[in-house]
Design a protein around this ligand. Structure first.
Ligand SMILES: [Fe+2]
Length: 260
């Protein structure tokens, strides 16, 4: 399995605290059946600033340490980028990292809302040949209340990334239900761990895929697995039309939305 979102690099955000923790996380990832992990430290989220050079260097060092420890896990560079004013300019200047050097770029929204600039940022990135991957939309309050806030961005050409723990049910029944419904409605395309440690926020990809297979069938589970692989190989992912599912989504979640 491939994991496109993790906080395995030590010392630079709220993920691994030190090299020992990073290596312990890597061991967990390997035991879970993960072969490749994209390290995506927080960037520009108001607390952490992690421009590209420091991430590249830490990835190189972690891979060296993994080889020394005999762990075959491969770590690739990435970034979880909060949507901010200078994003496009900083991307042009080379301060930002896409996922494993691909056209796919991992974007984080504040958990409470969908920024007004989200649509224009996604649009501009797509025009420039990048594909925005929206991190854990199921954990965004506005998306949870009104999933059309997400599907609008998906229709523009963005992708959605669910958290493995949300799918597995570790974050509660409500989040699991919403996650599975977003899968059914083709509003999300990839599952990733967003692992921060090996206790509270672990990798747990195999568990998420097992739930997905049980609830939605093997082809859906395979679709998600293949998309992670395609992202790191910079291949185009298969999309399904999310518009046909709008009516049921509104019916399901309309109760929570202002329009409802
Ligand atoms: Fe994250």
């Amino acid at each position: 399995m491939i994991d496109i979102h993790s906080h395995i690099l030590p010392f630079i955000d709220d993920g691994a605290a030190d090299w020992e923790s990073a290596l312990a996380m890597a061991q967990d990832a390997h035991m879970d059946g993960i072969s490749t992990v994209v390290a995506t430290p927080h960037h520009a989220n108001g607390v952490y600033m992690n421009p590209a050079p420091g991430i590249r260097q830490a990835v190189e060092e972690l891979n060296d340490r993994l080889r020394q420890a005999g762990n075959p896990l491969l770590v690739l560079p990435g970034q979880e980028i909060r949507v901010y004013g200078d994003l496009l300019n900083d991307l042009e200047q080379g301060h930002l990292l896409t996922l494993a050097g691909s056209r796919y770029i991992l974007l984080e929204m504040p958990s409470s809302r969908v920024p007004r600039s989200m649509e224009s940022t996604c649009h501009e990135l797509l025009i420039q040949g990048f594909v925005p991957v929206i991190a854990h939309p199921e954990r965004n309050a506005e998306v949870a209340a009104d999933p059309s806030q997400l599907t609008r961005l998906i229709e523009l050409g963005a992708l959605g990334q669910l958290t493995a723990q949300s799918v597995a049910g570790a974050l509660g029944n409500k989040l699991q239900k919403l996650s599975l419904e977003l899968c059914r409605r083709n509003a999300v395309h990839v599952i990733a761990s967003d692992a921060h440690d090996n206790q509270r926020r672990p990798f747990g990809l195999s568990e998420a895929y097992a739930v997905l297979t049980k609830e939605l069938g093997q082809p859906t589970s395979d679709f998600f697995r293949q998309n992670s692989q395609k992202i790191i190989h910079n291949e185009e992912i298969i999309r399904a039309d999310s518009t046909q599912s709008q009516t049921k989504l509104h019916r399901l979640f309309g109760f929570f939305s202002r329009k409802g």
